[in-house]
Design a protein around this ligand. Structure first.
Ligand code: 13P
Ligand code: SF4
Length: 329
């Protein structure tokens, strides 16, 4: 196999476009990816949008620019396709906080509970789950479950707590967290709001409650984007990973989007270190070599597919991921 050194004079954008065509590949990217990766992707979206795209695509190869659990979802839903991820180490703290063996014991200790898992978990945890949810469909899905049905919600205790409060529904919460959304500082956010009293705050429900309480809108990345673009305000405060601000600035260059601050008063600490592992060089190499590839044990894949298909059936119908194919050729 060719080496991993990339000629620094190579035009990566042109090479990636050429290889994408040659290999009949589609590039899917999450909003937390670096701007140049979002710009070259065929589709940019939130976890639900990207799952739908992965299930529907005709391409032979799915290049997933996001984190490993997202690429696994693509493989679970499209097992006949080659699914590659620029960096296989792109994990997620929520996935790490829920080891499958411990989760299995927990589920077995509560046999009368229905198991709902946030999509940010391993394929093995999905295989132990009744229904998967994302931040954009969780409210809709939980509302369809009879009120007397007991629920386990894993692995994100903040999203679980948010749903529990919003829907007035008791849920047994696994105590996982997202290391990125936990870093926002309420004290600094209050100071920032005082400086920009007209600026609405949009927050992801992976944030702790003390941040959500200051939000005018809470929801998935795509809903935050929609809120920011539809808002009449010229300045908005965004409490999620700052990668999403790229799409906001492209769509509304006249507005100002301020990332919510961490404890040191700025937001640079809120970049997701896992998402940041993917680079244009690694994207090029992964298209060239068709690896690293996602490979799942078939029993686990089949067991994980059921709760994912249930999620797709129970989700509200909504528009597709942002289709940028027209500009990426
Ligand atoms: P959504 O894009 O589905 O809102 O999820 C955010 C996230 O945590 C991605 O890791
Ligand atoms: Fe995981 Fe948080 Fe990074 Fe999303 S932002 S991939 S939840 S660590």
């Amino acid at each position: 196999m060719a080496g991993k050194n990339v000629d620094p004079t190579m035009d990566l954008v042109e090479e990636i476009k050429r290889l994408r065509k040659e290999k009949n590949a589609v590039i899917l990217a999450h909003y937390y990816q670096a701007p140049e990766i979002q710009d070259i992707a065929d589709f940019v979206g939130d976890s639900l949008d990207l799952s739908r795209k992965a299930a529907e695509t005709d391409a032979e190869v799915i290049v997933f620019c996001g984190v490993r659990f997202m690429a696994e979802v693509a493989k679970i839903l499209s097992p006949e396709k080659t699914v590659v991820l620029p960096d296989l180490d792109a994990g997620c703290s929520l996935e790490d906080s829920c080891p499958p063996d411990e989760f299995k014991e927990f589920v077995e200790a509560h046999p009368d509970h229905m198991v709902l898992s946030y999509i940010n978990c391993s394929a093995a945890v999905k295989a132990l789950t009744d229904i998967i949810v994302t931040s954009s469909n969780a409210e809709h899905i939980v509302s369809q479950i009879p009120e007397d049905q007991k629920i386990i919600f894993a692995p994100d205790r903040h999203l679980g707590g948010y749903l529990s409060r919003k829907l007035n529904r008791d849920m047994l919460l696994w105590q996982g967290t997202c290391i990125v959304h936990e870093l926002f500082s309420e004290k600094e956010l209050i100071k920032l709001k005082a400086k920009h009293p007209e600026a609405p705050v949009a927050a992801h429900p992976e944030c702790p409650d003390n941040i959500i309480q200051h939000a005018d809108h809470a929801g998935s990345t795509s809903s935050i984007l929609k809120f920011a673009l539809e808002s009449e305000a010229d300045t908005l405060i965004i409490a999620t990973e700052p990668g999403i601000i790229h799409q906001m600035e492209k769509a509304a260059p006249h507005k100002t989007f301020i990332g919510a601050p961490g404890a040191d008063g700025n937001c640079s600490c809120n970049t997701c270190p896992y998402m940041a592992l993917n680079t244009m060089q690694k994207l090029y190499l992964c298209l060239r070599d068709l690896g690293p590839e996602i490979d799942l044990d078939e029993d686990t894949r089949v067991a994980a597919e059921k709760p994912l298909r249930r999620m797709l059936e129970m989700s509200p119908t909504s528009g597709p991921a942002k289709d940028v194919s027209a500009i990426s050729e």
